[in-house]
Design a protein around this ligand. Structure first.
Ligand SMILES: [Cu+2]
Length: 193
């Protein structure tokens, strides 16, 4: 009788442990486990098993916020395709969320000269103003939305400085390019969340 009870308890503990371990592994796969809170419960100690399970439960919350920890995130397929021939795009989006103002350089070294936006792809929050700062290199540039987006700095100009800025009030993916150098790959993407 006592033995049976004990066996049952072990079985329950062991299966719970398996589930928790799977959850931890899934969390680590996404590169951002903040703090490996899992104190490696080495499978079913007779005591403290219940306590371990409770401690590990918050893992699911961590998983849902893991992108906030890193400086970059993987780009969406839409962004990756648009920037497929942009030399300074490496498949990631620079995280610049929760800032009032961020800067994108226009005329950064890329695409065979000073023909890039840097960073090529960024992630910002709604309400953020993106200032486009010309380096003065690479000739004349402008910032124009692909398709019918809202970005339009007008004619291409070459003077150094912040020649254009735009405040993003609506979430979405904004793709843009420089008219004179679009064919060289001078393109960018801003993901507003
Ligand atoms: Cu240009």
């Amino acid at each position: 009788m006592t033995m049976t009870d004990s066996l049952d308890r072990r079985t329950v503990l062991r299966s719970t442990g398996a589930v928790v371990t799977a959850g931890l592994l899934a969390g680590c796969g996404g590169d951002g486990g903040e703090d490996g809170s899992g104190d490696d419960d080495g499978g079913g100690g007779e005591d403290g098993g219940t306590t371990d399970t409770e401690t590990d439960t918050p893992t699911e919350t961590e998983m849902s916020t893991e992108t906030e920890g890193g400086e970059t995130a993987g780009a969406s397929q839409e962004v990756s395709e648009y920037l497929s021939e942009t030399s300074n795009f490496d498949g990631s989006v620079s995280t610049m969320t929760d800032q009032d103002t961020v800067t994108v350089t226009v005329g950064a070294e890329a695409n065979g000269g000073a023909f890039g936006f840097d960073p090529a792809a960024i992630n910002v929050s709604t309400g953020t103003t993106v200032q486009f700062e010309w380096t003065g290199e690479g000739g004349n540039h402008n910032v124009v939305s692909d398709g019918d987006g809202p970005l339009d700095s007008g004619e291409a100009v070459g003077e150094e400085g912040v020649n254009y800025e735009y405040t993003f009030e609506e979430a979405g993916t904004y793709l843009y390019y420089c008219t004179p150098h679009e064919t060289l790959g001078m393109k960018g993407a801003i993901v507003v969340e």
